[in-house]
Ligand binder design. Structure first.
Ligand code: 9MR
Length: 382
């Protein structure tokens, strides 16, 4: 078999393995029809999101803190009720897993793996190679030789530690940043400075060598909306994905982070065209860090919740029209715990509401949109 065909066959085998696993993990789950448009519909009585994913094979994940450092036990319980993937929000970042050269600490990650196994969830691998969340010794690497040695050891140890416990790895996170004004719009990072753009190919090959089965993803954000910057990001990302295919780099999947902003306008035509090209190149899609920032929209909490739900439906409509993603994961589960609240403040001073459950863990309209798409019934009921 020619190399390209072999790579495609391997990718397809990995995909069947993933989908088979989904069936097992979800066997016995209740399946009822998704919420309709009736005004008296009580979302709280609906079966959880994870139970809706059986027929479609699309999993639902959420990101959060590791159980050993999560004081909010009720929120943690909700994770297991609603989701069948657990994404470590910080537990697998380099600063956490290898704070000193060769000194590995998997305590947080292992507590996620154990929690996931107990609750019939899978664990997402986020993330191996990033420009930030690195310890000082990594940020201060200066030579290609030192950077390559660090990358090799880190990937070898971490990926073998989690072999068969991680369902997909975000191998390289956020490789594009037009504002850095570097060639091909690559993001400035210790890896780019020491190893050149070849660090991306190297990271994927190292990971594949340690775990031949696990799907490998490139993760990116900022590609959804109208405007020169998202356009440039789409173009740079597509060029990178093309190059990786030409080089036969073992990448299976594009992780669409999907940090959405309710006040922005989707570039439906260009985003559709971009996703089509990505799928044509043979990549699967995952939605990995979904939230809908409501910082710049007005109205009551209720109106805002309806607006974020509509915005999400519009987005999922665009993605699903091109290809069903393997999974949808939100970056958090409840508005009571979201990274966005640290960075964005509303003019009216009220807290952001970007996630499917509110701060009291009640399901919001966004939850209902997710329920519909996770069940594979993407169109609005009429
Ligand atoms: O939500 C994460 C936040 O708690 C961390 O402080 C931060 C740095 O490690 O990373 C945040 O998660 C980011 C993710 O890893 C990559 N895409 C953007 C996410 C939000 O910044």
């Amino acid at each position: 078999m020619p190399q390209n065909k072999q790579a495609t066959a391997a990718r397809l085998t990995r995909r069947s393995a993933i989908l088979g696993l989904a069936g097992t993990a979800l066997a016995g789950a209740t399946l009822r029809s998704p919420p309709g448009a009736r005004a008296d519909f009580n979302l709280e009585l609906e079966p959880p999101l994870r139970s809706r994913t059986r027929a479609s094979g699309i999993r639902y994940g959420c990101a959060g803190a590791a159980p050993i450092v999560q004081p909010d036990r009720i929120l943690l319980e909700k994770f297991a009720i609603e989701a069948n993937i657990f994404s470590p929000e910080g537990a697998l970042k380099w600063i956490q897993t290898e704070p000193l050269p060769g000194k590995f600490d998997f305590a947080e990650g292992d507590s996620i793996a154990a929690f996931a196994a107990r609750n019939d969830m899978l664990m997402h691998g986020h993330t191996l190679v990033w420009y930030t969340a690195n310890p000082d010794w990594v940020a201060n690497l200066r030579t290609g030789q030192a950077a390559q040695a660090a990358l090799e050891r880190h990937i070898n140890v971490e990926v073998s530690h989690y072999r068969r416990k991680i369902w997909a790895w975000d191998v390289v996170n956020e490789a594009i940043e037009p504002d850095d004004r570097l060639a091909e719009d690559y993001r400035d990072s210790v890896w780019l400075r020491c190893l050149g753009a070849g660090y991306i190919d190297l990271a994927f090959r190292l990971t594949r060598a340690v775990d031949p089965q696990v799907p490998l993803c490139l993760s990116e954000y900022g590609i959804e909306y109208v405007g020169p910057k998202p356009r440039r990001r789409r173009a740079a990302l597509l060029a990178l994905l093309r190059k990786l295919r030409e080089q036969n780099t073992p990448v299976d999947c594009l992780s669409l982070q999907s940090h959405l902003e309710a006040h922005q306008t989707f570039d439906r035509a260009e985003l559709t065209g971009f996703l089509r090209e990505v799928v044509k190149l043979g990549y699967h899609l995952m939605i990995t860090e979904l939230d809908v920032n409501d910082c710049r929209i007005g109205g009551s909490p209720d109106q805002r919740d309806r607006a974020t739900a509509r915005h999400l439906a519009e987005y999922l409509d665009i993605v699903f029209a091109v290809a069903k993603p393997l999974s949808i994961a939100t970056w958090g589960l409840s508005d009571r715990s979201t990274w966005l609240r640290q960075y964005w403040k509303r003019a009216d001073g009220s807290p952001l509401r970007p996630l499917p459950l509110d701060a009291d863990l009640k399901r919001k309209p966004m939850w209902a949109v997710l329920a519909r798409y996770l069940a594979g019934q993407e169109r609005q009921p009429t």
